[in-house]
Ligand binder design. Sequence first.
Ligand code: FMN
Length: 187
Amino acid sequence: MNKKKIIVAISGASGAIYAKLLLQKLQLLSDQIEQVGVVMSDNAKQIWKDELDDTSFEGFQFDFYHKMDFNAPFASGSAKYDTMVVIPCSMGTVARIAHGISNDLVTRAADVILKERRKLILVTRDTPVSLIHLRNMATVTEANGIICPATPSFYSKPQNIEELALTVVDRVVDLIGLDHTTYRWNE
Ligand SMILES: Cc1cc2nc3c(=O)[nH]c(=O)nc-3n(C[C@H](O)[C@H](O)[C@H](O)COP(=O)(O)O)c2cc1C
């Protein structure tokens, strides 16, 4: 089995819980993963603190990179990271990715993933959406990116906020292509 090299970018949309749960899940699935690189925007750090009342992003044993660090391996296609997830993904970040504005590590890494024809998953979060948002999401889709809105499901009867948020995160883990245990309809 080829182990995955994954970039997790955390942008300044509401929904830091999604990022936290994904990082926790990647820790649990470490036998299927070669490397995880993490990059956060400044707003992402602030929103994580505000929404989760902690700075637990500092405790994950992954490779963290500053958002302006273009020396990060995944700023170049040669490093061969196969998957990038932006979770949660703000509409500003969608717009910059859709238009190739690679002015920080998040958007440069996404640019690289798309040009190398690898897997880009944007867990978008805003509602309602404007025509500009929809057009930017369409542009990313046309460039082979996957828009995976942070839209929880209810059919597994989640009992708390974490279980509800996991309904989104588990779909992301499926999209990355990792084997894991999750609720599956009628199984
Ligand atoms: C508390 C808070 C919540 C926000 N939530 C969202 C959101 O859900 N979606 C969104 O697109 N922008 C949201 N924003 C605005 C973005 O943080 C802002 O547009 C920022 O410039 C995005 O840049 P970044 O993606 O590089 O973090 C929020 C801002 C704050 C302060």
